[in-house]
Ligand binder design. Structure first.
Ligand code: ATP
Length: 275
């Protein structure tokens, strides 16, 4: 019920007890570390595990770094962190009274992940949702992200409390949705689109991963996962297709060796992100 005051709640002596004040939406937005400077924060999401969300996050970061931008990756996939491994980044992140310092990859991409804080990278993270959500928030508020043009966030999977916390607290400029060309794709994209809509975050576009396999022996493309259903979905929701990425056997080898930055082409060279 509104109290009728035209001046709003701030400064009102009854603000703590008045019913209308209690109905004001809480501002859950987290603030960056005072020493951080980040121009754009871009989340990478998928509605389903294993479609290549972490890979696309990494490839976007590599593509933008190659264009001369200063880039960072916040690995918010706390229970399944894979970013440090594919970049070959090892060791412990430094922490002092000013904050936590990300570790740089060979190509100069700043990375923060729970794996850079654990004693042993194979230790499982057995934390409940609220703690995981708080760790992600701390990666945003406590880490010193210096002079970044783009901070890419490998978003937590699903639409549970951790994902909600991230959407509510990180000031995302937009999200990139990763899908694969299976029948399920319509449902996956729809979920991601609806969540972004509810959280009032714009969708920059969609990347279809595992789209085809290009056979080097005969030059033909094979649709291993069947025909793509992405076009209908893009039309229905008025979304932009940013890229179709092939199944590339080199990726597995480079990821295992921690040398993803050595990949010749990311396939995301032409992607346009907020400037
Ligand atoms: N285009 C591709 N070609 C070949 N291998 C790929 C491709 N995309 C992803 N992979 C491999 O598939 C596996 C799953 O990819 P990734 O970890 O990026 O998925 P994810 O969606 O982040 O998974 P999760 O939701 O479980 O975190 C990884 O081993 C990755 O190296």
């Amino acid at each position: 019920m509104a109290c009728g005051s035209s001046g709003g709640c701030s400064g009102c002596s009854s603000a703590s007890t008045c019913g209308s004040a209690q109905q004001q939406p809480q501002d859950l937005t987290a603030k960056l570390n005072p020493l951080s400077s980040v121009k754009h924060v871009i989340g990478v999401v998928s509605g389903k595990g294993g479609v290549g969300k972490s890979l696309v996050t990494s490839m976007l970061a590599i593509s933008m770094a190659r264009k001369g931008y200063k880039v960072g990756i916040l690995d918010a996939d706390i229970t399944g962190p894979s970013i440090p491994k594919v970049f070959g980044v090892k060791g412990k992140a430094r922490v002092d009274e000013a904050g936590m310092y990300p570790l740089p990859s060979k190509g100069g991409i700043d990375i923060m992940s729970v794996n850079l804080l654990l004693e042993n990278e194979t230790d499982p993270v057995l934390w409940r949702g609220p703690i995981v959500g708080n760790v992600v928030k701390q990666f945003y508020t406590d880490v010193i992200w210096q002079d970044l043009d783009y901070l890419f966030v490998d978003m937590p999977p699903g639409t549970g409390d951790v994902a909600i916390t991230v959407y509510q607290s990180l000031q995302l400029d937009g999200i990139v949705v990763v899908t694969s060309p299976q029948d399920l794709v319509a449902m996956i994209v729809e979920k991601a689109v609806k969540m972004a809509d509810l959280m009032q975050v714009p969708i920059i576009g969609v990347v279809e991963n595992f789209s085809y396999f290009h056979c080097p022996d005969n030059g033909k493309d094979y649709k291993i996962f069947g025909d793509s259903h992405i076009d209908e979905v893009l039309k229905r929701y008025n979304l932009l297709l940013m890229a179709r990425l092939p199944i590339n056997p080199d990726i597995a080898a480079l990821c295992d060796a921690g040398k993803l930055e050595d990949i010749e082409k990311t396939g995301l060279e032409d992607v346009v992100l907020p400037q």
